[in-house]
Design a protein around this ligand. Structure first.
Ligand code: HEM
Length: 401
């Protein structure tokens, strides 16, 4: 496609299909300034530039490195400026980042995550058993409850508190950036939720990650703000992202009957199919904010200290110079890996967990319902208006008996 001006970068049409705009940007303005409410940001859309930005030692993840305009615009607020929620690894650089990451990385190794496969299967089977009648919404009925159950199990969030957590988290993850007041209220709620949870773990320790972090905090290995911030990051990052992978991924598959039939004929293709889902229409639109600490040139553009930088993972993952025929859903691609989980020091710590959950959820629903089909025109589906995430509000299907 080639048009003279860039298709809109905001609004329902963009949310429904952002890829024509990304194609235009990659061709005509691969590293460009885009207007946001209250400030401008650099948007990086080509794969090679995206990798450079994600791994650049002079691009800081610390919100304190952001320009005064970015900070005044409240774009990261209140999440990036509340010590009890913001002092986690994704906002840290260098030694601080490594220390915070090391505190939890042992919990998320691929081997430990494989150990959770049986639990993911048990939860999924229970959710599928509950489906009643011929119609279902695979976002509400499967994609939401599975990841929240698993991450809450891991962290030790009591069953009775999970609905409250889910309500607060979904505001933060799927709200538009402009809904600042709504986000702020939900953030207040989450701050209180986490502080109550830490108090609970102090008085009633369990066999869970949060109890372990509380113990480390008593030993002085982690500041109390880092403790609540880490719990916050893991709960949020470990939840909505996987919801979107399962929802977007199932949609992609249901829209590609040949690939669906190939998978049904040979379920050993599932890991390749999930990997292609992450490239083709992954859950994370843009990587989190980065800020140059000195002048930096990427894609021929000079970025100044403090300039906010967004890396479009969705755009980079459709770059034709890396992925031949990039708009085709084509599991089993060889060559460069996609950027769905990021790249470099902040590469997703939960990648193995997300893949296990998606494989279990998608494999199980397809095995149980051989005639599964979309129950709506894909053009009618509503997407989250979030600037960070790409996910579906619902995925109506016919189960087909
Ligand atoms: C399909 C699901 C997921 C996707 C697509 C995804 C994607 C990403 C991406 C793109 C980043 C890098 C962000 C950046 O560099 O700005 C990231 C980081 C991170 N993810 Fe995930 N994620 C997923 C699931 C999870 C899960 C299940 C967890 C937790 C258990 C998790 C925890 C994290 C954490 C803690 C980081 C920060 C790592 C660091 O700063 O060193 N993610 N994720």
């Amino acid at each position: 496609m080639s048009t003279d001006s860039c298709p809109p970068l905001f609004g329902p049409a963009f949310d429904a299909d952002p890829y024509p705009a990304f194609e235009w940007l990659r061709r005509n303005a691969p590293v460009t300034r885009v207007p946001l409410p209250g400030c401008e940001a650099w948007l990086v859309t080509r794969y090679e530039d995206a990798v450079e930005a994600l791994t650049h030692p002079s691009l800081s993840k610390d919100p304190a490195s952001g320009s005064p305009e970015w900070r005044a615009a409240s774009l990261g607020l209140p999440l990036d400026h509340r010590p009890s929620l913001a002092r986690h690894m994704i906002n840290a650089d260098g030694e601080d980042h490594s220390r915070l990451r090391r505190l939890v990385s042992a919990t998320f190794t691929p081997r430990r995550m494989e150990g959770l496969r049986a639990r993911a299967q048990e939860v999924t089977d229970g959710l599928l058993d509950r489906l009643d009648g011929d119609e279902a919404d695979l976002v509400a009925d499967l994609a939401y409850p599975l990841p929240i159950t698993i991450i809450c199990d891991l962290l030790g969030v009591p069953e009775e508190d999970r609905d409250a957590f889910h309500r607060l988290a979904s505001v933060i993850d799927s709200a538009a950036a402009s809904e600042v007041e709504q986000i702020s209220l939900a953030t207040d709620g989450l701050e209180k939720f986490l502080s109550d949870l830490v108090t609970l773990k102090r008085t009633r320790p369990g066999d869970d990650l949060l109890t372990e972090l509380v113990r480390r905090s008593h030993r002085g290995e982690i500041h109390p703000d880092e403790l609540t911030s880490t719990a916050f990051l893991l709960l949020i990052a470990g939840h909505e992202t996987t919801v979107a992978l399962i929802g977007n991924g199932l949609l992609a598959l249901l829209r590609h009957p040949e690939q669906l039939a190939a998978l049904r004929a040979d379920f050993s293709l599932l890991p390749d199919v999930v990997d292609e889902m992450l490239r083709y229409d992954g859950p994370v639109r843009n990587a989190t904010w980065r800020f140059p600490t000195e002048p930096v040139v990427i894609g021929g553009q000079r970025m100044l200290p403090g300039d906010p930088v967004l890396v479009s993972l969705l755009a980079a993952n459709r770059d034709p110079s890396v992925f031949p025929d990039p708009d085709a859903f084509s599991p089993g691609r060889i060559g460069e890996p996609h950027l769905g989980f990021g790249r470099g020091p902040h590469y997703c710590i939960g990648a193995a967990l997300a893949k296990v959950e998606a494989e279990v959820a998608i494999g199980s629903v397809l095995r149980r319902f051989p005639r599964l089909a979309l129950a709506t025109d894909p053009g009618e589906l509503a997407w989250w208006p979030s600037a960070i995430m790409r996910g579906l509000f619902s995925l109506p299907v016919r189960l087909g008996g």
